[in-house]
Design a protein around this ligand. Structure first.
Ligand code: FES
Length: 104
């Protein structure tokens, strides 16, 4: 079973188990993790699920639309920025992401 550790802007961590095929965003929302708003519910139209992916976590490259949407995040994007609704959990991977100071 995969797991996700979310590190908030203040440094606090929340670790939860997820399900393969679910997204990092869905896993956060299901478990009440603060720091991910997900206004559009994962349809790639809000950018309020912005996360910074930790160096030890690897996801497939982003599609062009995700890349475009990352230009509209509340906190400026960085090289490791992704939209968590596009990050699918696989196998028993332990995924680590940081959530930005604000999403809106
Ligand atoms: S939840 Fe809206 S873009 Fe990810």
């Amino acid at each position: 079973m995969p797991s996700v550790t979310y590190t908030a802007f203040d440094g606090s961590e929340t670790a939860v188990e997820g399900f393969a095929g679910d997204s990092v965003m869905e896993t956060a929302v299901r478990n009440g993790v603060a720091g991910i708003v997900a206004e559009c519910g994962g349809s790639l139209s809000c950018a309020t699920c912005h996360v910074f992916v930790c160096a030890d976590t690897v996801f497939p490259a982003m599609e062009d639309l995700e890349d475009d949407m990352l230009d509209g995040t509340a906190v400026d994007r960085e090289d490791n920025s992704r939209l968590s609704c596009q990050l699918k959990l696989v196998g028993d991977a332990d995924v680590r992401v940081l959530t930005p100071e604000t999403q809106v």
